[in-house]
Design a protein around this ligand. Sequence first.
Ligand SMILES: C[S@@+](CC[C@H](N)C(=O)[O-])C[C@H]1O[C@@H](n2cnc3c(N)ncnc32)[C@H](O)[C@@H]1O
Length: 254
Amino acid sequence: MRYQGGKVKASRYYAPMFNEFIRRHGFVNYVEPFCGSLAVAEKIKCENIICNDANDYLITLYKALQKGWQPPIHINRKDYYKIRSNQKSFDPELVAFAALCGFGGCWFGTYATGGERARLKILLKGRQGEDCSNEVFKSLIRLQLIIANWQFYNLSYDRVKTPSKSLIYCDPPYENTFGYKAVEGNFNSILFWNWVRSSIKPDNLFIVSEYQAPEDFVSIHSFRSNQINNGVEHGGLKKCDKLFIHKSQLNLIK
Ligand SMILES: C[S@@+](CC[C@H](N)C(=O)[O-])C[C@H]1O[C@@H](n2cnc3c(N)ncnc32)[C@H](O)[C@@H]1O
């Protein structure tokens, strides 16, 4: 599923690495304080999976799926804009579903038809496009089985519990990038890094995705891709996404 800042491509590399850390250290919890579209979490093998996001519509959607809610197979342009302009009149899970059908995975971006998507794909990659809302539908139906026993929270990241024996993967809004429409306020990266420092315990491993980090954090992996960020595909302009850990935890990854 396309999502602003989503890690669909990177997850193919990150998830096996995280699964290996989980296995090696006997972690029993996998925690994602900024879970977004669950692109990484859905590939994780761990006893307990705890996901959080400040976007309340998104978390309501995941909880609704856990209760058996069936998303629509398709959403047309007219309904999309009707939901977008009257969000309070619709069930929050339907609002989230519609929002995910925005162009380029951008929350309530321009309505993405197969035609628009097809044109973009042909332009960028020479590939055929498809019906975007049906693609979101299929992704959610697949997720429904995977997330059945997960715990979901709708909190600010700094209120998420990080129990012992946890691998905590943070994929926050990146510094100096546009914010997230569905989340109020500007993200403060300095406070975020301080929170990571103060939450580190001997039996936890924190891994953070960012382009850059303060000096006491070390890059353990780089991923270069035409990734979607802020709903814009950086065509030729390739950004290097990195995974960081605090230098005091380096011994855990050797
Ligand atoms: C880079 S995206 C995560 C993408 C996710 N890894 C994926 O693959 O889809 C960052 C997420 O952080 C959420 N967010 C923004 N501010 C937050 C906050 N203060 N606390 C928790 N989540 C927040 C946004 O709603 C967004 O889903």
